[in-house]
Ligand binder design. Structure first.
Ligand SMILES: [Zn+2]
Length: 101
């Protein structure tokens, strides 16, 4: 296992984890504060981390993370007619994934 990055929140870590898993990159969310004694580690060392299972996927994982951290601002229209704004790759109306541009 290799440490990939730290996420600002557990919710975001879970989203990143889901996206990477869907891309067939196996990552897990680790909560590092569970491994230390509370109050014993500085605050900026506390938080969820993403860990990569297969280090051969590191470059691919980092590329995806870079996109996730800086989602392009754009809009697109789903086949169901819903207009999606922001960096979302999935229609919130019908759940369809965005097709390649
Ligand atoms: Zn849709």
């Amino acid at each position: 296992m290799k440490r990939l990055c730290r996420a600002p929140s557990l919710a975001l870590a879970q989203i990143w984890c889901d996206v990477l898993n869907r891309a067939r990159i196996e990552v897990t969310v680790q909560r590092i504060y569970q491994q230390g004694v509370a109050g014993d580690i500085p605050l900026d060392q506390v938080g969820p981390e993403l860990w990569l299972m297969d280090e051969s996927q590191l470059v691919h994982a980092q590329e995806l993370l870079a996109v996730l951290r800086n989602p392009p601002q754009r809009r697109w229209f789903c086949d169901c007619g819903e207009e999606i704004e922001g960096g979302f790759e999935q229609c919130w109306n019908c759940g369809a994934m965005r097709l390649a541009p």
